[in-house]
Design a protein around this ligand. Sequence first.
Ligand code: HEC
Length: 279
Amino acid sequence: MFKKLTLAALTALGLGTGAFAAGATPHVEDFAFPFEGPFGKYDQMQLQRGLKIFTEVCSACHGLKYVPIRDLAALGYNEDQLFAYASQLQVWDRTLNGGEGDFREAVPADKFPANTGAGAPDLSLMAKSRAGFHGPYGLGINQFVKGMGGPEYIASLLTGYHEAPECAPEDFPGSYNAVFAVGGYPEECKDEHGNHTVPGSWIAMGQPLMGEDVDFDDGHSNSLHHEAQDVAAFLMWAAEPKLNQRKEAGFIGVFFLLILSVLLYLVNKRIWAPIKRKH
Ligand code: HEC
């Protein structure tokens, strides 16, 4: 049973490795996020910076349709700020216009608008649906140590745009990204066995961040690397807003189990005491 389970787990965790095995493996950088590890927590200032990038850049194409705007209170905003933020957004309301539906100004009780860009996926759960690291085995890349790496994948994707390699035809559609694994790939960049000779592939999203795209109120660096990391942290929060609470509940659980263990030990000793004394 145990053996079967481990095998299944190994296969499940390792699935992604197979997808990359054919080509030069994309490199996902191990960004250090404050919410990593058992004691890690979200950094409100980082989430605020990430929200700003999302609002000013990504929301031109991407939606966050599962995230209620009022949840932004967790980033430290008060009610007035939430109303002010929501009022810049337009949401579709199907009760308007005699049942035909129309756009209206959002309020905090609404969810973020859905996608507007053609082919741009919704980002609500993106940080949880992509893995940056694969497998408990192989080349030291290890989900057990580094985690799934969803936010690392997003940050690496945003910093993964490079000039297209020489093997590619000039008019090949999309932008070359060394981290994006599932996009178009020109035949010219494959070797005689069909293996990819350059990592990554061509993505339909043009490079969205160049560095210095937004100015942060807290004076934090707006280099490409930092912007990518901050927006990835924000998307992790969007996908798992209760991470802080989940970890706290875990600690309380472990604490109670420890007390319970001590009590059980003492009870056990007491129950056996009369019998043990006879010998
Ligand atoms: C001009 C429109 C546009 C903007 C702006 C834009 N994106 Fe995209 N994005 C797209 C499209 C289109 C795709 C689908 C690409 C594909 O599948 O080839 C995409 C895909 C993605 C993906 C999924 C990649 C994958 O593994 O499937 C992520 C993550 C992403 N975008 C994040 C962002 C972030 C973060 C920003 C803001 C910094 C942003 N995007 C800004 C259009 C955009």
